[in-house]
Design a protein around this ligand. Sequence first.
Ligand code: GSH
Length: 239
Amino acid sequence: MSSLKSHSKDSKLPALTPGKLRLYSMRFCPFAQRTRLVLAHKKIEFETVNVDLKSKPDWFLDRNPLGLVPVLEQDDKVLYESVITCDYLDDVYPDNKLNPSDPYQQARDRILFELYGKVVTNYYGTLRSQGKDKEVLENLWKSMEPFEKAIKERGTYFGGDKPTMIDYFIWPWFERMGVVSVMMPGVDLMPAEKFPNLTAWVEVMKSLPAVKETMFDTPTHVSFYKSYAAGKPNYDLGL
Ligand code: GSH
């Protein structure tokens, strides 16, 4: 099975291979990208079945009644929710461990991760208002401050000298920060003078093999977003 084209309601479930790990995904989904980042970081073999989220097959809903990607499947095991899939992969494939082994550090990272929910919400707010609503933009910046502070304290990555789970959990939205600037020239969601350490982190993240393997460039994110905002998401863009 090699096609990355998305599967819609009437499509048949691609045949499952015993023992093979499968990811149900959507190419532009930032949540599914978390799982793809972990799979790439750990060099885990898997196959991808992309789903048309506007016309979901019943076999997809049977696996995740919430109807959301990512979903992982292997033999009789099915998991969904990006964070759960990533933690599971980190436990089952212990090479290149991503969660900190120190329980306190892991708990601190999860606190930071809780704060990240606000960044995500505010990011989508700025996208909807195309950066024109100053209050929404200020809210985004406010929610990003704990991350600027944390990366300054921790070093190159949130994991210090190497990337850790939290780096991958939060990366997908930073990859998409440039979308608003293209649609609304002059609006910068992450000004380097305000966020110098996060800006440096974004640059080193872009050089990681797992990020290179899973990322799209800003023009592609813009094209996808425009199709999404028009109510006709082009899940197969560029295929
Ligand atoms: N909490 C979920 C996770 O972390 O996995 C969110 C996943 C999510 O929202 N995925 C979106 C989706 O599947 C695509 S980016 N949307 C389909 C829908 O809302 O019907």
